[in-house]
Design a protein around this ligand. Structure first.
Ligand code: ADE
Length: 241
């Protein structure tokens, strides 16, 4: 299959549940993406399955032990002949954006490492992790939801996964802009009607309206997205009018 994602987590069922639905579920069904999970508890050194311990230096909470994580990562690596890039999900990582997703999506294999508790032993990060990734400046109680965010964002970029081949390229942020509004039937919903141009059949006019909407919303809601990047000539012309 074209892409393989291995997830190291103490909650494998949580991750596999999510992977059953929607675009990701379909991609797995069709063999376009392969998702596997590895539980560090299965690699614990004692018979209780201990994966965490008290922090050196004291303080609240627990720290994930290096050895069970290392063993789980080893098994994941060996499950496939191809080399894998190891990503640790953490708020200390580089913040993810669509460009970052596109970069991650170029790798055939990723191992996504999910932490729980206060964090994982720094020596495991030094020894095994290639890259630390954050999904945003807020703290979650584990790396599982962030890992699923990364899985979803990557899988939908695999060629053939989205129904319409251009869907990924037309997505919000792929164009560098926020999306335009969408409408479907009925034409009148409790007195709110669909913009006339969308029912005109004039494809050129529809395209221009959508671009104007996308530019206008980006300008109003996320102006920094416009100042941070070069617009296409067609977009700049509309903005200059
Ligand atoms: N783990 C906990 N919070 C996180 C975040 N914001 N991004 C990635 N991993 C996390």
């Amino acid at each position: 299959s074209s892409k393989r994602l291995d997830i190291i987590t103490v909650f494998p069922e949580m991750v596999m549940q999510v992977a059953r639905y929607g675009v990701v579920g379909k991609a797995v069904e069709r063999g376009l993406a392969e998702i596997a999970v590895w539980n560090p508890r299965d690699y614990a050194e004692d018979r209780h399955g201990t994966v965490d311990d008290r922090p050196y230096g004291g303080g609240p909470g627990m720290v994930m032990k290096a050895a069970p994580l290392r063993a789980a990562i080893r098994s994941a690596r060996l499950a496939d002949g191809r080399p894998a890039r190891v990503i640790y999900l953490s708020p200390q990582g580089q913040r993810l954006d669509q460009q970052g997703v596109a970069r991650l999506a170029r790798h055939k294999r990723l191992i996504l490492l999910c932490g729980r508790y206060e964090g994982i032993d720094e020596r495991l990060i030094e020894a095994e992790v290639d890259e630390e990734v954050s999904i945003g400046d807020y703290v979650l109680s584990g790396g599982e939801l962030p890992a699923m965010v990364v899985v979803d964002a990557i899988v939908r970029m695999i060629p053939g996964v989205l129904g319409h081949e251009d869907s990924a390229a037309e997505d919000s942020f792929a164009t560098g802009l926020l999306d335009h509004p969408h409408y479907t039937r009925p034409d009148d919903f409790e007195g709110r009607t669909v913009p006339r141009v969308l029912r005109s059949g004039d494809h050129g006019a529809v395209e221009e309206w959508r671009l104007k909407q996308a530019l206008g919303r980006t300008w109003l809601r996320r102006p920094e997205l416009l100042s941070n990047r070069e617009l296409e000539p067609r977009q700049q012309k509309l903005l200059d009018e």
